[in-house]
Each structure stands twice: as structure tokens, then as C-alpha cells.
Design a protein around this ligand. Sequence first.
Ligand SMILES: *Cc1c(COP(=O)(O)O)cnc(C)c1O
Length: 361
Amino acid sequence: MSEQHSPRFRSVLDEYVAYRPGKVARSAEGRSYKLSSNESPYGPLPSVREVIADAALAVNRYPDNACVALTGAIAGHYGVPEEHVAVGCGSVGVTQMLLESIGEPGVEVVYAWRSFEAYPTLADLAGVTSVRVPLTEETHDLRAMADAISDRTRLVFVCNPNNPTGTVVGRRELEEFFDRVPRDCLIVLDEAYHEYVRDPEVPNGLDLYKDRPNLAILRTFSKAYGLAGLRVGFMVAQEPIAAQVRKTYLPFTVNSVAQAAAIASLQAEGELLARVESTVKERERVHDALAAQGWKVAPTEANFVWVRLDEDTMEFSAACDAEGVSVRPFAGEGARVSIGSPEENDAFLAVAERYRTAKRL
Ligand SMILES: *Cc1c(COP(=O)(O)O)cnc(C)c1O
């Protein structure tokens, strides 16, 4: 008989930090602005709402496990073969599928740090070893990342623009990097914020993967398409990659309402991209206002700004909370602040200004 008196779990869970959802602060007056999760500030378009309501009438049925209609719509919309598309429960779901499809004892996964919080946790759960390569000037150091690849590396993430810093890498650097990655190592280019990019040096991953048999592009309906609550994302890669990754799909995880809403959102792309354009204008306004106030704010191509605060991060975040503005702090590093509606952005800029005045910065 074992001395152990409670169920035994994988040791990786003892160090595993559960994902912390973006919090919601409230001011004394009851104001609450959620700028902590990079969501779209806009509710669903009327056309998409109607499709969601209709789809709700059929939820006694299982969803299409193969996501046939959605896969076809994505392929048609982006001009890629259906065989190159793999759909998942958010692009986080696809990230998990990717890691499960390469995860074996001894395998390494390389990514920049700081980057998207889901990479380390999902890598731990897949039983692979994370190799983190520090950012330089808040940006991916692709040379150092290529140097960090060993014969144990099976996957490397590049998040472009990077979450949480908003910074980008350009086409030439990316292609140089791709050329240095061995063919047996999968490159995952996470383009969750692609629609917000205005820098012409930044390539569209969908133009790059066609002659690269180890490159997978990740996209999501959660940000520019405004469907974060429905959970749908996808990967585009050459057929051998897509076919393997699809095998790891947990059955029925992209629900029928999400499938219908994603198709409707592709059809309403014009209206949605007009909203993205407003967010981009607000991003420029917020970035420039913060810089004018004297903050260290990174150049951003996403729907958020990154303020370098070092040891003042948690105090600044608490000051925002007190006024009902939720931001995403990373202790000792900085705060990520999503671009919301003009009113929300003004509220944040006012808190930031008052903080500087109070601290005599
Ligand atoms: C928000 C985000 C995603 C999207 O996640 P979903 O699961 O699709 O909601 C993916 N990658 C990065 C880097 C993100 O910031």
C-alpha cells in the first residue's frame, strides 16, 4: 500500500500557474472600463447577431465536427486550399493542438519572452521544455532565437505583432530567420493582431507559407472580428502539417453558434475592418498622448499599447483599478493597455496623467 493519501497528479501541475483572466475593476462611482484583454470594444454587428440567434435554435444538435462550411469559407476568403486550414477552439485551442502534435519527452519549444502567456502554460501541459529568448528593445530577437534552436527543438513561436509589447518584425528579418530554422522544426507565426498592422514592412503570413513546408500561420476571430466570447480560431499551413494537427482536435470544441458567427463575420468583413480602422486611429492617439505625457511607450501595431514601468508597474495598475480602468500588469515589467472606445481611452489617459502629477514625474 502506498503512503500517499490523496490522488496523485502530474508534477508539472504543482508549478503550473493557472491562466489569470483579465480582471474587471470598478471605481467608487461604479465606472468600469475593461482594457485588460485586447477585446474589440464593439458588440456584434446586426447581421452577425441575427445569425447567432438563428444558430441558437439548433443547439440540441452536435456541431459539425469537421467544421466543413467554416473551413470552406476561410479557404475561399483567404484564397487558400481547404486542405491547408485547421480550425480550433480559439487560436489558443489551435496552439494547444500544435503542441500536442509535437509534444514528447525531451522536446523543446522556443519562443520569445515576454510574449503570449498561453505559450508557457500550454507547453508545460504538453510535457515539452520551454526555451525562452529575451526580447531586445521590447522586440523579438530573431537571431538569438535561431541560435537557441537545437536538435531537440520541434516548434518555435513568433508572435507578430507581439503580445504584450505590440512590436513587430519585418519581412526581411522574418525570412532570414525562417531560412535558419531546420526543416524538421515547425515555425508557428501567431498573427492574432494582423488586421491592426499598418507598417508596410510587416508581411502577411498567408503570403509566406506557400513555399515553406514548416511554416504555420495562426489567426483568430477573437480580436478584429469581435467574437472572443465564441471561441474560434484557425491555422493555415501546407497539407502535411494541417492533416497532422487536425488529428489532435478535441471533438466538437468549435460549437455550432461559433461556426455560424465566424462565417457571417467573414461575409461582413468590410464593416468589421472599418471598426478596426477606428481602433487603429485611437491607438495612434493613445500612443502619442502617452509619449507626450512622458511615458516609455513601445511602438505598437496591435490593438493595445505597452507601457514600460519596471518596479512601478503594480502601483500604476492599482491606481488605474481605483478609477475603474482595468489594465494588464506584468509585475516588474510594464502594463499592457487595450485600445477601447474613445471614452474608455480618455479615461485611461486621464488616470495616467493624474498618476504622473501625483508622483511629480
Ligand atoms: C488574443 C490572442 C490570441 C487569440 O486567442 P483566441 O484563443 O483565438 O481567443 C492568440 N494569440 C495571441 C498572441 C493573442 O494575443
